[in-house]
Design a protein around this ligand. Sequence first.
Ligand SMILES: NC(=O)c1ccc[n+]([C@@H]2O[C@H](COP(=O)([O-])OP(=O)(O)OC[C@H]3O[C@@H](n4cnc5c(N)ncnc54)[C@H](OP(=O)(O)O)[C@@H]3O)[C@@H](O)[C@H]2O)c1
Length: 243
Amino acid sequence: MPVMEWFQPGHVAIVTGGSRGLGKALARELLGKGLTVIVDGRSPDALERARRELSEIGDLIAVHGDVADAAHVHALLKAAEGAGRLDLLVNNASTLGKVPLPAIDELERETFRTLFDVNVFAPIHLMQHALKLMAGSDLSTIVNVTSDAGVEAYPTWGGYGATKAALEHVSRVLAAELEGSSTRVLVFDPGDMNTEMHRDAIPDADPAELRDPADSARALLRAVEAMKDGFERVRASDIEAAA
Ligand SMILES: NC(=O)c1ccc[n+]([C@@H]2O[C@H](COP(=O)([O-])OP(=O)(O)OC[C@H]3O[C@@H](n4cnc5c(N)ncnc54)[C@H](OP(=O)(O)O)[C@@H]3O)[C@@H](O)[C@H]2O)c1
């Protein structure tokens, strides 16, 4: 398939966490390419604001809920079923657990559990069911959004980082299991972005030194379009350097 033709009008994408940050920027890009985009978020007000704004661009379906809630995951998938197909799943919604981020010896069991529920178990649950819907697509992609904290050992980032490392490994194994199928798996590191999550984690960071989430969203789409293998791990900055 030629580069730049992957995203086609009529294709359907689920992007978790679409009310702000990277998820919203991604939804905007995908709607601009004519896709039907299903997004979610826990705050009804933020999601409604995003829905109103993004609906002006294209076919946006907003489903309010928490990805850690199995019934909500099924509601997302039902929305894709209603749209008739599923070509792209982006597991973008994520939590830091507790802020300020605690060192490992202060990381409470309940926080660790929430981190894994949202950042690992929810994406796995979505992937398991999405695969059935993706069977109807000629070429489909699962994107799991990761972080450099999943590979680097930054003090206090152990809980969040462990979830991203786990998500990355599950992605690799899933891609190996899907070898020869029409579904690929991309692990995407968007870089340090000027978003609420970054402000929560590092409040004194200089916003001027952070990436615009819209740039990371565009890099993610280019990474999907350029995929040659069933599994790739890509950083937004790599895509930009190669352009
Ligand atoms: N920001 C960075 O510098 C950075 C760096 C590396 C990787 N990342 C990764 O990039 C992704 C996007 O991050 P971001 O900075 O755009 O985050 P963000 O600004 O905090 O936005 C997160 C989005 O996800 C939603 N969300 C959070 N928890 C959810 C849940 N349990 N169920 C459903 N929706 C949920 C949020 O809405 P509600 O709060 O209303 O639910 C919001 O729409 C994440 O996977 C993050 O780990 C970010």
